[in-house]
Ligand binder design. Structure first.
Ligand SMILES: Cc1cc2nc3c(=O)[nH]c(=O)nc-3n(C[C@H](O)[C@H](O)[C@H](O)COP(=O)(O)OP(=O)(O)OC[C@H]3O[C@@H](n4cnc5c(N)ncnc54)[C@H](O)[C@@H]3O)c2cc1C
Ligand code: FES
Length: 1571
């Protein structure tokens, strides 16, 4: 089920050539790479480049700093693609780059990630990160980042970039492997089923023996990329023969006759060879153009392994829509094949035309001849050879199959008798248009040969061609494909008609005028973000939390969690019928049946459980079809097997027995739903109110449009991480489920209902989600529930990771709809009334569809419609359930509003922008339309945005320039459009929890899930901001101390949905509430400390609090067994001194945690050693004890002061003592236990070293030693740092007093107390006295006096008997949770923004190019402008996908057929705006918002409608021109049309005229005839 189409799994493959002693590095798609094919290779993942342990690579650091990672799922693949480009650039002979840069050029850097998909970022920041390595980069061109500040000099900027040194080679190939390869140059050519023949003879004998072995299935393999398209089941083969080691198949030879490329040569290598030695001769130019075309095939990481021969064989045998076949056909290439062990040479045309190559035949090589006019037999010096290749595909830079490709080679001569051109010869090849193989248009060639080129001849040739290039029945966009053939031929020949007459030498350059796919320099941008210092660090554009580990691939997604023992994997079997009885399901293959562990279906739901797969407030959705399946894509069963591959195979091969007899026909359209009254109920409180009186408004209108229609299709989420879950049965009928979910709370409840257990038996954990966009909200629940159900039944862990196809079939996606509108308007463009009839296709289950009317009307009201009425129905159909997708309903409504205005403007022949202007809201009309959410008048920022954008984008100047451009260009037209948005959002109640740990670090839980939208980053900032109001020293560094942790439905309840754009802000607010409570609790302590010490550090405050008595009677820490109580008595320079048990013992308290100098650490070690001597001396008979160690306290102290290494050595130092303790008392020392457990428990030291069994506690925070009795070890390390202004003598005296008292107490106490308690436990009091330090000669650094000059040290270890957990608890509760409930009056609010987009349309292909997009978006006072900017750009590009590219197609039964990267095209780097200017407005008008911030997740997606509108404007120009050509100027309504969504190339071309070329030629002929 792999496709190689997304790039998320790209790794670096390295091969070693022992002869040349060279390592070759290149990126590959790991999903398509067969394990046996990488024998003796080395693989480097992104983590191999750098990681959190060894340090990140500059690529990771720059990706992180340029905010180029959002959800992070695509990022490791991106990093490797860039790394591969960097490595290969270094091999070029280019000049050495300046320090910190590479030899990569900007253009190469941009293309390095072409083909890697990212659904979150919109690519801009990724491009910046890539370009930052290019030697020729313009630093001004790099966008917002965390490295430098605005206005810094170029030099400073460069110095702040994480340094890249190309000579810091990453070892991509280990030496040991090189040695191994050198020592056995000739490798074993055979494994059980994998064969590597090294010669043709060896290959021949293998093929021969296979012929003999009847029934053996053999697969010849090179790069194996073909399986990305044909989804072959490789398990069916008995043998694989890897052709790559046969020299004859891998050579490239070039001579005067041409270039011979071995069949196993990769496309990347062929490109290099074809580009090599371009000496300006014609054949070199041909080779160069072939290479240029090949660069648009697939993507770099595919071309690196995909072979030329594999491509041709796929084209020949499987009719693959190959580019290589077409372009090589045009230049008369030949192939060499071996069939039945004999060699043949055939022309490529013969090869493609003959019967499919049988599986025993081998393609050896392809030969591309050299073409030169002289060598072609022509003696005439004026003869020219022309060669061009063409390709129309949804994405110009590749990774998209062509609708049609073509290549033409012509020999032309100026006509002697007249001003014209004679075509001596011409070769025309067309392919990929829905034909079996690429073809030569022989009839047209023959027609043209020898003819003098004229409009008439061209016109005739085109007519002939139209009859030849005819796609096979069933091919999509058939007419469009034929029109492309015509268009390309016209492009090729028409310039000759026009230009050859005067300047024959310009032929080649004239051809370039059509070259719209020239994407040499792609992208530029200007970003304006104003950061806001008021709430520091809120408002800072800080780097996204976890971005670096996302880049290195260390971030853990659900599928990265290691499988528990016995884990099974599941795959869904889904229905392919819209309505049918399910009579049975079985796995077709017997072999698979035996390997399947279970087939879970509705019958497996336990007693008391329900058939529920998803729950919302509106209803539920069944987990599995029961007796009936009700839509294509419905889950019928969940097949469970040992591996994901096996489960997928079993599901794929499942045979479902359907029966449709006597069933009503399914409802497959909204019209049918209306006829059969099949609707979902919309609760009245969700149904929006009408505005004004529609009839009155219509009566006021000068003009009316009645019952115009719009249809909108669906959109697939295309999160990079498909749906995934892992369910682990736990004790006592509990279930722990890891789910990639946007609302774990509801998944939790659904699972409990399905299993029929209480909700406390279920726990759902979500750490991060690899992209959601709404699709991981409700749609993730059935996946988690199915895993839980299977795990429940089989009592084994069960996980699944849906393959892309299943995910696409089941996902549902955005709501399709049909809209009918009637609108009344004045002659000046002012609209007086609008009525909408909207039929929304909700699919089969209710999901959240009832929110659609409200969402739609919320966004539609962006204009003042005068009066607005509507009738919205949510239809229940037999389609897959539709769900929320980013800006659900709002994006469609925003589009509808624009379509209405465009229609009005067209009817009035007015400029659309002025119609928009006229209908923008005034403050009054805004209040009327948005009663609850309009806010104060000053919050309405749209008018100022609108004007500001006109200026910043130079709108009016550009409109003029575009008019000029359109006037002087026939085949490209441009359009520009400015569009506003008003997007209503609502805050929802959200929980938060903040806990401060002993070292002052902070852990936060929030209801919102990290989906890439940066919620954790904003929450961190808010936590740091809110806690810093305590005003301690060090709170400015709090940001670093905050960690937001995974959502756990049993830890934080009521998490709700992460949706609707407001979860970040409401989570921030919940956290702020928590922090406020904590600050309130901390204030008294802080004030007390402040009074005494003058300043308080954050860490000191927290530690102080930890040992502080609660208050009054309850103050102190009570010792459970002895009843002793610790109370605070004294403080020494901010370090409290605690007196235990009414003055018996004195302990020191930590002061000054940071930056312990090394020598102090060493002191502590020696002190502990000396202490241990003391231990054995004073307590020779330690009893075995049950040590319950609270590591929450202990390791923090130790690790902070000593570090693990020192601790380890300390334990070593303790060993002898402990031995002796053991030998005398056969028990373990509690102190040793404590230390050992600290280190071993945490660091996996050997726990069986004879010092007792130290088992890590189940939650990792407490450890137990063996033995009897009980107790708690509390180790308190005291470092009293001498404040500079405290005389040392005062310090010494104080210490001596403390020590003295403690000694006295000890002496006084020991005889009675110790004996009293000895029965139950030990009671050691150990004091370390400074003068006991070993002599300085032995420990030079331990010179007592020098230590006392710098610090004083007191270390006390006590062992409290049976001190209960409560006794250890803090006096101040350092953890709190809250539930933020927004104020009803301000929970709804409006977001404003506007965009100007400029688009160029190619009238020959229908291709669109977004030349520029300018956006201003009001984020209020952004919580993090970098995060918000990323949201704006990412949303815009996702919207662009909806409006321009993404076709989520189904068959007539409603089964999704656009089910993978081959058929579903999301934007890539080459389809985003070439210039992209974004301003995140820091308006600060929004006091009722969370710190004046506003939402950014969804509203900017609506702005992408500006691209659609600009395309419409360009098409209008094209249609006006077409009307002229048709002689209909001024008398038709060509400017009134609906432009479908998405406006794909076929759609655009159809509106520009599928026959526009023919019309143009006819108009020329007509004008010649009439003149
Ligand atoms: C994501 C993606 C996008 C792509 N986009 C394009 C595109 O836009 N345009 C385009 O033209 N192509 C495209 N391709 C196709 C790609 O070029 C081919 O998959 C590739 O060239 C096949 O080479 P391979 O070495 O991987 O062949 P393999 O997959 O190893 O083999 C393919 C088939 O050919 C057989 N075979 C291979 N070599 C020989 C031989 N020498 N003799 C006999 N049989 C042989 C194999 O047995 C197998 O049946 C794309 C591929 C992918 C994965
Ligand atoms: S960051 Fe690229 S897909 Fe999410």
């Amino acid at each position: 089920m792999v496709t190689g189409g997304c790039g998320a799994c790209v790794v670096l493959l390295s091969k070693y050539d022992p002869v040349r002693d060279e390592v070759e590095n290149f990126s590959v798609s790991s999903c398509l790479t067969l394990v046996c094919s990488v024998d003796r290779c080395s693989i480097t993942t992104s983590e191999g480049l750098g990681n959190s342990k060894d340090g990140f690579h500059p690529i990771h650091q720059r990706f992180s700093g340029f905010h180029a990672s959002q959800c992070g799922y695509c990022t490791p693949g991106m990093c490797i693609s860039l790394f591969s480009a960097l490595v290969n650039a270094e091999k070029t002979p280019r000049a050495e780059p300046p320090p910190g840069f590479s030899k990569l050029t900007v253009s190469e850097a941009e293309k390095a990630i072409a083909g890697n998909l990212c659904r979150c970022t919109g690519y801009r920041p990724i491009v910046d990160a890539c370009k930052s390595f290019a030697a020729d980069v313009d630093m001004e061109d790099l966008g917002i980042n965390s490295f430098w500040k605005k206005g810094e000099s170029k030099e400073t900027k460069i110095s702040k970039l994480p340094f890249y040194n190309p000579s810091d080679q990453i070892c991509t190939f280990p030496e040991f492997l090189k040695d191994e390869i050198r020592s056995s140059m000739q490798r074993n050519s055979k494994t059980s089923s994998w064969y590597n023949p090294f010669s043709v003879e060896e290959l021949q004998s293998m093929l021969e023996s296979n012929l003999a072995e009847n029934g053996t299935l053999v697969k010849l393999v090179v790069g194996n990329t073909g399986t990305g398209y044909y989804k072959e089941i490789l398990d069916q083969y008995d043998k694989f023969i890897d052709l790559r080691y046969i020299p004859e198949l891998s050579v490239i030879t070039r001579d005067q006759k041409g270039i011979k490329i071995g069949a196993t040569v990769t496309i990347s290598k062929a490109i290099l060879a074809l580009k090599e030695g371009n000496n300006g001769e014609f054949h070199s130019q041909v080779f160069q153009k072939i290479a240029d075309h090949m660069e648009k095939i697939a993507s770099g990481f595919i071309r690196n392994t995909a072979s030329v021969g594999g491509n041709l064989v796929m084209a020949q045998r499987n009719y693959f829509p190959s580019d290589i076949a077409t372009i090589l056909l045009a230049v008369g290439s030949t192939v060499n094949i071996m069939t039945d062990l004999k060699h043949y040479k055939l022309t490529l045309e013969e090869f493609l035309g003959r019967s499919p190559l049988d599986y025993g035949s081998v393609l050896f090589s392809v030969h591309i001849p050299c073409w030169e006019p002289a060598r072609n037999g022509s003696k005439k010096s004026s003869t020219k050879l022309l060669f061009e290749t063409y390709r129309a595909a949804p994405r110009p830079l590749g990774n998209a199959l062509a609708y049609l490709n073509a290549a033409f080679l012509a020999e032309v001569t100026p006509c002697k008798t007249s001003n014209g051109v004679i075509i001596d010869n011409i070769q025309l090849a067309f392919g990929a248009y829905g034909t079996k193989c690429a073809i030569r248009a022989r009839k047209v060639e023959e027609f043209l040969a020898g003819k003098q080129l004229s409009v008439n001849v061209l016109s005739e040739a085109i007519k002939l061609l139209g009859a030849i290039v005819v796609p096979e029945v069933g091919t999509s966009s058939a007419a469009y494909r034929s029109s492309l053939a015509v268009g390309f031929l016209f492009e090729f020949l028409h310039p000759l008609v026009d230009a050859f007459l005067t300047k024959p030498s310009k032929i080649i350059s004239i051809h370039k005028q059509f070259d719209i796919e020239n994407v040499a320099s792609l992208l530029s941008r200007k970003l304006v973000v104003e950061s806001n210092q008021k709430y520091y660090p809120v408002g800072e554009p800080i780097t996204k939390a976890g971005a670096a580990i996302q880049a290195s691939g260390e971030a853990v997604f659900v599928d990265d969690i290691s499988s528990p023992t016995n884990c099974l994997h599941g795959a869904f079997i889904y229905s392919t019928k819209p309505l049918a009885r399910v009579k049975g399901v079985k796995i077709r293959s017997k072999a698979l049946q035996d390997r399947v562990a279970g087939l879970i279906s509705v019958g497996d739901i336990p007693e008391g459980g329900d058939n529920v797969g998803a729950k919302t407030m509106f209803g539920f959705e069944p987990l599995f079809a029961d007796d009936l399946t009700r839509f294509a894509g419905q889950r019928i069963a969940f097949v469970v097997a040992d591996t994901q591959k096996l489960a997928d195979l079993a599901a794929e091969s499942a045979l479902v027995d359907y029966d449709t007899e006597n069933l009503e026909p399914p409802i497959l359209t909204v019209e049918e739903a209306v006829d059969r009254s099949s609707f979902f109920e919309v609760p009245p409180f969700l149904y929006p109110a009408q505005v004004g009186d529609f009839s009155k408004g219509m009566a006021e209108a000068d003009h009316k449009i009645l019952s115009a229609e719009i249809k909108l299709g669906s959109q697939y989420y295309f999160y990079m991480e498909t749906q995934t879950s892992l369910a682990i049965p736990d004790e006592d009928n509990c279930m722990v489920v890891y789910s990639s979910s946007q609302c774990p709370e509801f998944a939790h409840s659904t699972i409990a209902s399905c299993l029929g257990v209480s909700e406390h038996n279920v726990r759902v954990i979500t750490r991060r989600v690899g992209g959601g966009f709404g699709g991981k909200a409700i749609r993730a629940m059935p996946v988690a529930t199915a895993c839980a159900l299977a795990a429940n039944k089989l009592r084994r862990p069960v996980r699944t990771y849906l393959n892309r196809k299943t995910d696409m079939v089941m996902a549902g996606g955005r709501h399709p709809m049909k809209v009918t509108y009637s609108v009344g308007f004045k002659s000046n463009g002012k609209i007086t009334a609008l009525h909408l009839g909207i039929l929304i296709n909700g699919g089969f289950s209710v999901d959240i569809s009832p929110i659609m009317p409200r969402n739609m009307i919320g966004a539609l009201k962006k204009y003042d419609w005068g009066a607005l009425s509507f009738d919205i129905k949510v239809c229940k159909t037999n389609h897959s359930t539709k769900s929320a997708m980013r800006a659900p309903g709002e994006v469609q409504a925003s589009f509808i509003a624009e379509a209405v205005l465009e229609h009005v403007a067209s009817v009035l022949s007015m400029n659309v922008d002025s119609v928009r202007n006229r209908n923008l809201h005034t403050v009054e009309s805004l209040k009327l339309f948005y009663e609850d959410s309009a806010g104060e008048y000053f919050e309405y920022t749209l008018p100022s945005i609108w004007d500001k954008l006109a200026k910043s984008s130079c709108l009016h100047q550009r409109i003029e320039m575009i008019q000029q451009f359109n006037g002087s260009n026939k085949w490209q037209k441009r359009g520009i459009s400015r569009v506003p948005i008003v997007h209503e959002v609502a805050l929802r109640p959200t929980p938060g929890k903040v806990s401060i740990l002993q070292d002052g670090s902070v852990v936060v839980e929030v209801g919102g899930i990290e989906l890439g939208q940066g919620i954790w980053t904003k929450v961190k900032q808010m936590t740091a901001f809110a806690l810093s109001s305590i005003q301690c020293d060090g709170t400015e560094d709090l940001l670093e101390k905050v960690r937001v942790v995974q959502a756990d439905t049993l830890s934080l309840i009521q998490g709700g949905f992460t949706a609707g754009s407001t979860t970040s802000e409401s989570s921030c607010e919940a956290v702020r509430l928590c922090c406020n409570i904590l600050v309130e609790r901390l204030y008294p302590v802080k004030n007390k400390l402040l009074d005494k010490a003058g300043s308080v550090k954050w860490e000191s405050l927290i530690l102080q609090v930890l040992l502080m008595p609660k208050s009054g009677r309850q103050s102190g820490i009570r010792c459970a067994s002895s009843g002793l109580r610790m109370t605070c008595k004294e403080e020494i320079y901010g370090a409290p001194v605690w007196v235990l048990g009414g003055g018996e013992w004195i302990l020191g308290m930590i002061h000054g945690l940071n930056e312990i100098p090394d020598h102090v650490r060493r002191c502590l070690i020696v002190a502990l050693r000396s202490l241990s001597r003391c231990t054995t001396r004073s307590l020779p008979t330690l009893r075995p004890c049950n040590v319950s160690l609270h590591l929450g306290m202990l390791p923090d102290c130790f690790l902070a002061y000593l570090g693990t290494k020192e601790l380890a050595s300390l334990i070593e130092a303790f060993s002898p003592i402990c031995h002796s303790t053991l030998s005398t008392s056969s028990s373990s020392s509690p102190l040793f236990s404590a230390l050992a457990t600290t280190v071993w428990g945490n660091r996996q030291f050997d726990s069986g070293r004879g010092r007792g069994d130290y088992n890590c506690g189940d939650h990792g925070f407490s450890c137990r030693g063996h033995g009897q009795g009980g107790g708690v070890v509390v180790v308190i390390v005291v470092v009293l740092r001498v404040s500079e202004n405290v005389p040392i003598v005062v310090w010494r005296i104080t210490l001596w007093i403390i020590v003295g008292i403690s000694m006295v107490v000890m002496l006084l106490m020991r005889p009675q107390s110790l004996r009293r308690i000895q029965k139950s436990t030990t009671w050691p009091l150990l004091s370390y006295l400074p003068q006991d330090l070993p002599h300085s000669r032995e420990h030079p650094y331990l010179n007592v006096s020098s230590i006392l000059h710098e610090m004083s040290l007191l270390l006390t270890v006590i062992h409290f008997p049976l001190m209960s957990a409560k006794a250890h608890s803090q006096a101040v509760n350092l953890s709190t949770s809250s539930y933020y409930v927004p104020d009803f009056t301000s929970m709804h609010y409006l977001n404003y923004g506007a965009a100007v987009s400029e688009v160029e349309v190619n009238l020959v292909t229908g291709g669109t190019k977004i030349l520029q997009a300018d956006i201003i978006y009001d984020c209020g006072q952004s919580l993090n402008p970098a995060v918000d900017l990323g949201q704006v750009e990412g949303a815009f590009v996702q919207g662009l996908g909806f409006f321009m590219l993404e076709e989520y197609e189904t068959n007539s039964d409603g089964l999704v057929v656009a089910d993978g990267t081959w058929t579903y095209k999301i934007p890539t780097i080459d389809t985003i705006p070439k210039w992209f200017n974004v301003e995140v407005l820091n308006s600060g008008h929004h006091q009722k918002r969370v710190l004046s911030s506003k939402a950014s997740g969804e509203p900017p997606l609506l702005l992408a409608v500006s691209v659609h509108c600009a395309t419409r404007a360009a098409i209008k120009e094209a249609r006006k021109q077409l009307s002229c050509w048709k002689g209909l100027e001024g008398c038709d309504d060509s400017t009134i049309f609906q432009l479908e969504v998405p406006a794909t190339m076929p759609v655009v071309k159809e509106l520009c005229g599928l026959d526009n070329v023919e019309c143009y030629l006819e108009s020329l002929l007509l004008s010649v005839a009439t003149s």
